[in-house]
Design a protein around this ligand. Structure first.
Ligand SMILES: C[S@@+](CC[C@H](N)C(=O)[O-])C[C@H]1O[C@@H](n2cnc3c(N)ncnc32)[C@H](O)[C@@H]1O
Length: 240
């Protein structure tokens, strides 16, 4: 796994983008930056085993290199599912295609480079949005979730993982500080942490758990439950 050193040198920070340089080091970057990432990926397989319905579509919106899809496929390969992986970054999607085609039969896999706002969702028993809604303009988020709700089958589920804000200011600061300490303990320097934070500032806009639950309800999901949290990173499951 290539080590992420993108912010190791002092630089004029520009807005973060999922470009070639990021795609090249992405597995190392996400594991060292998102507390609980590996646990979420592995449990997505378990949740897929529980909720996948045979001969349906499983969507992975903002799939990056396809880690979530691979984990779900490993636990459901007997169900004749179609895995549809969507990402708007060419650099991510070409790596995703070449990686996943080694593990998932051709007729069960579709890897598409497009904006997930344009994705047609149909015959879906599971839609995963793992750390990607936070990159969409806040005012576009409800429309996307409504589209997901519409495309899910009865008993279908949306699994939504996000970085969280906390409404209590003291808790919010503590959660941010714990995250920074976790990055330090994963080998990032203070300069790397602060340059990455500046690069993400206008790009990753987190919501609170309460905002997510309210928006999910507005989109049609009457029940949503938090099933995972590690510091300020959490995952919810919403039921149709
Ligand atoms: C943090 S990564 C997601 C990680 C990935 N889901 C995983 O589990 O490894 C965010 C991804 O979302 C993609 N992305 C951001 N905005 C998008 C959009 N509007 N439509 C599709 N993909 C998008 C980025 O290119 C990037 O690959």
């Amino acid at each position: 796994m290539k080590q992420d050193k993108l912010y190791a040198k002092n630089q004029q920070v520009v807005d973060f983008a999922f470009d070639e340089a990021v795609a090249d080091v992405f597995p190392d970057m996400i594991r060292r930056s998102v507390p609980g990432y590996d646990a979420i990926i592995s449990q997505l397989g378990v949740l897929a085993k529980h909720h996948a319905q045979a001969q349906t579509n499983i969507y992975d919106l903002g799939c990056s290199l396809g880690a979530a899809t691979l984990s779900m496929h490993r636990q459901t390969s007997n169900l004749k599912l179609k895995h549809i992986c969507i990402d708007s970054s060419e650099s991510m999607i070409k790596r995703c295609q070449s990686h996943l085609q080694r593990h998932i039969p051709n007729n069960e896999l579709q890897v598409i480079c497009e904006n997930m706002e344009d994705t047609v969702i149909e015959n879906a028993s599971i839609v995963v949005i793992n750390f990607t809604l936070q990159f969409l303009e806040p005012k576009a988020r409800l429309k996307l979730l409504k589209n997901v709700y519409k495309g899910l089958l009865p008993d279908g589920v949306l699994i939504l993982s996000e970085k969280l804000l906390f409404e209590d200011a003291v808790e919010n600061q503590l959660q941010i500080d714990w995250h920074i300490t976790s990055k330090r303990s994963n080998g990032y320097s203070d300069m790397e942490i602060s340059q990455k934070r500046a690069a993400l500032e206008n790009v990753l806009i987190p919501d609170s758990l309460e905002q997510h639950k309210q928006r999910l309800k507005e989109a049609g999901f009457m029940q949503s439950y938090q099933w995972f949290q590690s510091f300020n990173f959490a995952s919810l499951i919403a039921l149709k």
